[in-house]
Design a protein around this ligand. Structure first.
Ligand SMILES: Cc1cc2nc3c(=O)[nH]c(=O)nc-3n(C[C@H](O)[C@H](O)[C@H](O)COP(=O)(O)O)c2cc1C
Length: 213
């Protein structure tokens, strides 16, 4: 993970915030890197805690690349990942002039959802989301909370009305998942699809459940 990776193609931005579902974030990162993408990563303070709490110390932000290689295989080395501080509002992602082709916030806390819905730009995650909306670029929000309050539902509506794809962390079961990774593959596949990136992370629905997954 470098602080300034050389770029040959527009980057894809990934933000991790403090809602449950760290595995969705790591699978999404791995899927993008396996496909050779330049990934710009921002992790909120509670996102950092989430990675450690749910996946262990080896998944801490400063050890994330070795964690991804260990969990998903050496294919993740095909891409490059750059880490930005969530406090750095002067980072590339804060400007519409920067060639970033989309942002996914996975998982997205209700706090960050509210900040995006109301255009607060208090940190780099919120500012990068604001940039995606104003530039009419893909913004994928993966909220996780249950049940949801009226204000949380309304914040999702505001984001959807502004052009974001609201993609709740709701994996399907028609593909007969056997492991947590199968569930994470489904959400990561949905995210890549929403970003316009081809994938085979889950089987397409063929009209009937396939026995044996
Ligand atoms: C272990 C843990 C799990 C949490 N899970 C959720 C969650 O699923 N959804 C949510 O909206 N907030 C959750 N929170 C609360 C957020 O982390 C908290 O509101 C935080 O301020 C979010 O900040 P951020 O959006 O900058 O990461 C959780 C907090 C902790 C410590």
């Amino acid at each position: 993970m470098s602080s300034e990776a050389p770029r040959t193609q527009p980057s894809v931005a990934v933000a991790i915030t403090g809602a449950s579902g760290a595995l969705y974030a790591t699978r999404t990162l791995a899927a993008l890197l396996e496909r050779g993408h330049q990934v710009e990563l921002v992790v909120s303070d509670y996102g950092r805690r989430l990675l450690r709490d749910e996946l262990g110390e080896t998944a801490s932000v400063d050890r994330l690349v070795p964690f991804l290689v260990d969990r998903y295989g050496p294919g993740v080395k095909a891409g490059q990942m750059t880490l930005h501080s969530n406090r750095d509002l002067g980072a590339t992602l804060a400007s519409g002039s920067h060639s970033c082709c989309g942002l996914v916030i996975v998982p997205c806390s209700m706090k960050t959802l509210a900040g995006v819905a109301h255009g607060l730009s208090r940190n780099l995650v919120e500012r990068a989301a604001d940039v995606m909306l104003k530039e009419r670029r893909p913004l994928v929000i993966v909220p996780r909370e249950t049940p949801m309050s009226l204000m949380q539902l309304k914040n999702m509506v505001l984001c959807a009305e502004a052009g974001a794809t609201v993609l709740p962390a709701m994996p399907a079961f028609y593909q007969q998942p056997r492991t947590l990774d199968d569930l994470a593959d489904f959400i990561a596949g949905k995210i890549l699809g929403a970003l316009g990136i081809q994938h085979e992370l889950y089987p397409v629905w063929t009209g009937r459940v396939t026995q044996g997954g």
